[in-house]
Design a protein around this ligand. Structure first.
Ligand SMILES: O=C(O)c1ccc[n+]([C@@H]2O[C@H](COP(=O)([O-])O)[C@@H](O)[C@H]2O)c1
Ligand SMILES: Cc1cc2nc[nH]c2cc1C
Length: 348
């Protein structure tokens, strides 16, 4: 395991102290804004409650934007891409070379996420986290040093730079369902088999090997010795650290967040393990086909918006959820009221 190096001590102390401070100082929801949303909702030309969860989505936007007039005018899908040395253990159905090739595909507009962003009117930014330099094999050593982990979280905070009003977090990284499963195993215990799955399409033997590697990694790193940030640092990878930073920065800048699938939820789970309120501004877009995602979302107290059997990553589930959020907001903002449309209200 790589040690915390001397470079970890900066003028303000250990870098993780800065992260812990940000977690301790998270703002809460704007309850007055939620009350204003409900008041207008009650006047719209529909039976009360008839838009179901769409109504709650608008309240969620208002609560975390801190606004009685929530907006989704500058929504962004941020994809964080990284490479993982643990792929040397044969834990993915695809080769590492796909990482760079998919970055090129995102740039050329050929990936699924490009089409979803175009369909739903979402911006797209791809963050290349040293894609040609994989982090070490976590079954042999730690993924990151503390300064590197904290710096990568800080880099992830850039996702909200430039003024956005909704953040969808996604990722790309061959091997990162192994990383995510190892994080869940370290945070929640149980057996590697409880958290492992086929990822991009491993066969039965591959999944068995993957569980073995996850078990070795979590044992080597002593499950982070009970510290969620140490779980993140030791098991990695860079995209997971950056997503954790992005989620945290969004909270402070009052930007609601939509989580994508199995891998992005691992970043969220680290923050949740630090403070159970850390994901209150986050919506779980969907339940991934990766089998353990259901249990993870249950532990995070999140009811996913969708269950489409998707297991792509790259922010695809979050983008579809953002489309639904935009629809929900359009109803709340633009529907006529009973009074303005001359529609009779409920009798007895
Ligand atoms: O997010 C999910 O639910 C998800 C489930 C399975 C696979 N993925 C994507 O597939 C890659 C990781 O799969 P693997 O098998 O290489 O660990 C990575 O690029 C993820 O974006 C993503
Ligand atoms: C082709 C391909 C595209 C992806 N997009 C996100 N993860 C992916 C993994 C693979 C293998």
């Amino acid at each position: 395991m790589s040690e915390r190096s001397s470079e970890a001590a900066g003028p303000t102390g250990l870098p993780f102290d800065d992260i812990r401070r940000l977690v301790a100082q998270m703002p809460g929801p704007d309850e007055k804004a939620v009350a204003a949303i409900r008041a207008r909702d009650a006047e719209l030309t529909k039976p009360p409650g008839s838009l179901g969860r769409l109504e709650a989505l608008v309240e969620w936007l208002a609560a975390w934007q801190g606004s009685t007039r929530p907006m989704v005018e500058r929504p962004l899908v941020a994809i964080f891409a990284a490479s993982h040395g643990v792929t040397a253990r044969g834990i993915s159905a695809f080769p590492d070379s796909v990482n760079r090739q998919m970055l090129d595909n995102f740039s050329a507009g050929g990936a699924a996420i490009n089409q979803l962003c175009a369909a739903y009117g979402l911006g797209l930014k791809v963050f290349d986290l040293a894609i040609d330099q994989p982090t070490p094999d976590i079954s042999a050593e730690a993924a990151l040093s503390e300064p590197a982990c904290a710096a990568t979280m800080a880099y992830g905070m850039e996702a909200i730079a430039g003024g956005i009003d909704l953040l969808c977090v996604g990722e790309m990284g061959i091997g990162n369902t192994t990383i995510a499963a190892a994080i869940y195993h370290a945070l929640y215990g149980g057996q590697p088999q409880d958290w492992v799955g086929p990822g991009t399409g491993l066969d039965h033997e591959g999944v068995r090997r993957k569980a073995q590697v996850i078990g070795e990694a979590v044992a080597l790193h002593r499950a982070g010795d009970g510290d969620p940030l140490e779980v993140l640092r030791r098991l990695g990878g860079r995209e997971v650290a950056a997503i954790a930073g992005a989620i945290l920065a969004a909270r402070h800048q009052r930007v609601p967040v939509i989580l994508d699938g199995f891998v992005t939820t691992a970043a969220a789970a680290v923050l949740h393990a630090m403070d159970a309120r850390a994901l209150d501004h986050c919506l779980a877009a969907h339940c991934s086909a990766e089998p353990a995602h259901v249990e993870v979302l249950r532990r995070l107290n999140k009811t996913p918006l969708l269950d489409l059997g998707m297991r792509l990553g790259e922010g695809s589930g979050a983008a579809i959820a953002a489309g639904i959020v935009k629809g929900a907001l359009a109803c709340w903002r633009d529907m006529a009221t009973f009074e303005s449309a001359g529609v009779a209200t409920k009798g007895t």
